[in-house]
Design a protein around this ligand. Structure first.
Ligand SMILES: N[C@@H](CCC(=O)N[C@@H](CS)C(=O)NCC(=O)O)C(=O)O
Length: 214
């Protein structure tokens, strides 16, 4: 690894689930990094300088030796290859590793209605009182089915040792657990265990201000 310190660009409100995933990946790899914040509300991420850096104008972005990478799962994969001697964040076994990536891709491309009705900021700032729509309930059923199939009875993690896919799954499930929505008991316990990890605690311990009520 080169000597340049890694940088993680993220929103100044520190609420993004995707930024959290990249942050946890960096912490679990025990890599040293600086945080660089952008004010998403004033659309700082659409300034030319950030567009040129990020390509996508999204956060998070990882910068390593002048190479900037967006997409949180691509960041995790890059870190795994960058620091192969550090603790693994993907399963060693090729099929389990593929399954972990499958889950990450699915969590990012499906369940949009859950993200909309249970935005991640509720995990920091409290409940939404609106009930889930029929469409969102159908999506949560799909989520519970996948989680139930992948998490073996009595297992602590999805694929033996912890992987970043555990954090990503727990992030999605915690939109419901933290809101008090019905979640199967063992999946809720799994989320609480994931939330007990030092890397996740480090993220949750960041000071953030609740948004002003309009
Ligand atoms: N698939 C991307 C999603 C990134 C994303 O949607 N980031 C949001 C914050 S959660 C963002 O940059 N929003 C600002 C905007 O779109 O203007 C990832 O995994 O990193």
């Amino acid at each position: 690894m080169g000597s340049t310190k890694l940088k993680l660009y993220l929103g100044a409100d520190y609420v993004s689930a995707f930024a959290m995933s990249a942050f946890v990946a960096l912490k679990e790899k025990q890599l040293s990094f600086d945080l660089v914040t952008l004010d998403l509300k004033s659309r700082e991420n659409y300034l030319d300088s950030y567009r040129d850096l990020s390509l996508t104008c999204k956060i998070p972005v990882l910068v390593h030796e002048g190479f900037a990478l967006s997409e949180s799962s691509a960041i995790a994969e890059y870190l795994e290859e960058l620091a192969p001697a550090s603790k693994r964040i993907y399963p060693q076994d090729i099929k389990q590793r593929a399954r972990a990536r499958q889950l990450q891709a699915w969590l990012r491309s499906d369940l949009l209605v859950v993200r909309k009705e249970r935005p991640f900021d509720l995990v920091y700032f409290g409940k939404k009182d609106t009930p889930l729509s029929d469409e969102a309930r159908a999506a949560t059923d799909r989520l519970f089915h996948v989680a139930d199939r992948l998490l073996e009875e009595g297992a602590e993690h999805l694929f033996g040792d912890w992987s970043i896919a555990d954090t990503d799954l727990a992030i999605m499930l915690n939109r419901l657990v933290a809101n008090g929505d019905p979640v199967p008991t063992r999946l809720a316990a799994y989320v609480r265990r994931q939330w007990d990890r030092d890397s996740v605690r480090a993220w949750m311990d960041i000071e953030r201000k609740a948004p002003a009520i309009a």
